[in-house]
Design a binder for this molecule. Structure first.
Ligand SMILES: Cc1cc2nc3c(=O)[nH]c(=O)nc-3n(C[C@H](O)[C@H](O)[C@H](O)COP(=O)(O)OP(=O)(O)OC[C@H]3O[C@@H](n4cnc5c(N)ncnc54)[C@H](O)[C@@H]3O)c2cc1C
Length: 285
């Protein structure tokens, strides 16, 4: 289908984006990043904004930089950049792994890290890794910039802490240098969203699991930290037996939805199996 008509602006700075958002009044505005989620939504006429503001010409929103104890990923950094960027591979390997599982090369070259997180699809593959790693979201608005923790950023189905008149500019990720990491995704056709996904990052010390961060994709309206699994891993030997016992706690605190792909019980079963696989791979088993 052809989208409903809209006005189009391509501003040249974050300040200009904010001015356009502030000046929109009652008109509905949509920000355009890679367009890989927004354009299908417009074409299906699930949204009909009056104005589309393209972030593609705003300098400084794409790229990754080292910021001491964290790396900072610009919102317009593409999925492909995330898979290849040496700083991410060195300090946040989990994100690199997860981005590799997103769609196909075409989508990964256009789709952006910030667009994925702002879209907040519960089946999106970058939300749980960002939550597991305790990422911080830097949001620009009329009164300056504010930082929101990942645990507070995803507020509901396709909803985030980004308010009207604001945009996501970058994401700070603490460094997990030397940690093992793996993103395990289950889907029935290649190059599709997760039916369930598991993001796992683990630090081992002399054969013992010293630290563990695990989060789940599509086990609720928002990504969920698997705290019970983490507790069952930390301080124990990095063995298949430990991991099997911890994985049993995968669905604690989850509220999976049923849909044409899987009902709630099947998703809980998948979470257990995939947590086992993800953690085993993360510890190098
Ligand atoms: C065929 C296909 C397969 C796919 N498979 C997968 C998959 O397996 N896993 C997966 O995770 N995703 C998948 N996707 C989605 C893909 O990852 C998109 O890139 C992503 O969801 C949105 O990123 P984008 O840059 O394209 O954002 P856009 O589509 O441009 O924007 C998405 C939404 O976020 C808002 N937005 C964008 N940037 C900002 C910002 N900086 N600040 C505030 N709001 C912003 C927009 O207004 C819009 O509402 C797939 C997409 C397609 C077309």
């Amino acid at each position: 289908m052809i989208p409903a008509a809209f006005d189009y602006e391509a501003p040249g700075s974050v300040e200009e984006v904010l001015q356009l958002l502030a000046g929109a009044g009652d008109r509905e505005v949509k920000l355009l990043a890679g367009g890989q989620s927004l354009l299908p939504v417009l074409r299906m006429r699930l949204a009909a904004p009056d104005l589309v503001v393209d972030l593609g010409r705003v300098p400084g929103l794409r790229g990754v930089r080292d910021d001491g104890d964290a790396i900072v990923i610009g919102a317009m950094t593409t999925h492909d950049d995330v898979t290849r960027e040496p700083l991410i591979r060195q300090h946040a390997l989990l994100l690199s792994h997860a981005a590799q599982t997103v769609a196909d090369p075409q989508v990964r070259h256009r789709g952006t890290f910030g667009g994925s997180l702002a879209h907040a699809d519960p089946a999106g593959d970058l939300l749980a890794p960002a939550l597991a790693l305790g990422a911080e979201f830097v949001i620009a608005g009329p009164s300056g910039r504010r930082t929101v923790l990942a645990a507070d950023f995803f507020t509901d189905l396709f909803a985030t802490a980004i308010g009207a008149g604001e945009l996501l500019v970058e994401v700070r990720v603490p460094k997990y240098t030397g940690w093992g990491a793996h993103y395990e995704k289950f889907n029935v056709v290649a190059q599709a969203w997760s039916i369930v996904g598991v993001a796992a990052a683990v630090r081992t010390d002399g054969g013992t699991i010293a630290q563990a961060r695990v989060a789940l994709t599509n086990m609720g309206l928002v990504p969920i930290r698997a705290i019970g699994v983490e507790q069952a891993l930390i301080g124990r030997p990095a063995s298949a037996e430990t991991i099997r016992a911890a994985a049993v706690r995968a669905s604690e605190g989850t509220a999976p939805m049923g849909d044409a792909n899987a009902d709630e019980d099947y998703r809980r079963h998948l979470a257990t199996v995939l947590v086992g696989r993800a953690v085993l791979a993360a510890v190098g088993g």
